[in-house]
Design a protein around this ligand. Structure first.
Ligand code: XMP
Length: 319
């Protein structure tokens, strides 16, 4: 008789058996997967675990502080907050190719992670929140974005480079099961219900060149969209929702003046595991109200579109 409670106990037992009295480092992204992995491992081995949260400057509004607060306040997990926004954004200047963006971020992520992790004396294990679909997706597609997802997501090459052994306690689970395990571990419901967020963050929601100006506009627009979705009670029905800022300025009118600002696209999908997805059927009232709010509240955007592409043939992210 299989329950999540017994899965948890078994996972804890296995982690203790594997790790013994040695030290583990866990890369925390702020997402559900790495958070559940961290809390589970912490329950198994306590202070033998240190988490490293790399802030690459591509997070959503207030995200960095919220993640750090949640871990410091609710759990007593040793946490290194690596604020490396300048490094990442500097290296991404002038880069507009999606694959080069991912590779740049992935490479820097490894460097930074390695730098901080080397300060943790005698760590022998690297923990990751790899899920079952990550394991399958990385073998079932060749070419295409799925392969490179893994190179960042799984901090590719890092364990070997650092001589670390991997701990992946979620490898057999699907997303919904990870959420159930998270509830079993007592993580706050609001945290467990969070939409997935990609490792490269806002970089792949900013097609073309990334600038600080665009990122700032994007963060504000995204926050308004998510606020709209929450106000209408739709957040939990949606797998992922976000704004992408488009690399084009368009003409508009505002009061007596002409504007020449960025256009944005709203994206919201339903999905079971992210491998396929349908666009979310918002009402026209909702879309109209959201567009009005974004254009009124976010300086720098004067046009709003809704992306109605399913996956396949589209992907969920724009890059
Ligand atoms: P796509 O855009 O490929 O996304 O339909 C499927 C799911 O994967 C996430 N995603 C990523 N996650 N690194 C990640 O950690 C990446 O490079 C990456 N690209 C896409 C995406 O947010 C969605 O949940």
């Amino acid at each position: 008789d299989w329950t999540m409670a017994s899965y948890k106990d078994e996972a804890i037992r296995k982690i203790r058996e594997t790790v013994g009295d040695r030290k583990v480092i866990c890369g925390l992204s702020g997402g559900v997967d790495s958070s559940v992995a961290a809390v589970l491992i912490h329950e198994a081995i306590g202070d033998q675990l240190t988490c490293v949260f790399v802030d690459h400057g591509l997070l959503r509004l207030n995200e960095g502080t919220e993640v750090v607060k949640m871990f410091r306040d609710n759990y007593n997990i040793p946490l290194i907050h690596a604020d490396e926004a300048e490094l990442f954004l500097g290296s991404l200047e002038g880069v507009s190719d999606p694959e080069v963006k991912r590779k740049t971020i992935g490479r820097l992520f490894i460097d930074v992670f390695q730098k901080y992790a080397s300060e943790i004396d005698g760590a022998e294990f690297l923990a990751q929140g790899t899920l079952y679909p990550d394991v399958i997706e990385s073998v079932s597609f060749s070419g295409g974005p799925s392969v490179t997802i893994k190179s960042h997501h799984n901090v590719g090459g890092l364990p070997e480079k650092m001589g670390l052994k991997l701990v992946e306690p979620l490898r057999e689970l699907f997303k919904d099961e990870v959420r159930e395990l998270g509830r079993e571990l007592g993580l706050p419901a609001s945290f467990i219900g969070r939409h997935p967020f990609p490792g490269p963050g806002l970089a792949i929601r900013c097609p073309g060149e990334i600038t600080r100006e665009k990122l700032e506009i994007l963060r504000k627009a995204d926050a308004v969209f998510i606020d709209q979705i929450r106000r209408h009670g739709l957040y939990d029905e949606i797998w992922q929702a976000f704004v992408a800022i488009l690399p084009v300025r368009t003409v508009g009118v505002m009061g007596d003046g002409r504007t020449y600002d960025f256009a944005c696209a709203l994206r919201a999908v339903t999905s079971v595991d992210g491998m396929t997805a349908d666009y979310y059927p918002f009402t026209h009232e909702f879309l109209g109200e959201t567009a009005t709010r974004i254009i009124n509240e976010v300086r720098g955007i004067n046009r709003c579109t809704y992306d109605i592409t399913s996956k396949p043939p589209g992907t969920i992210e724009w890059e």
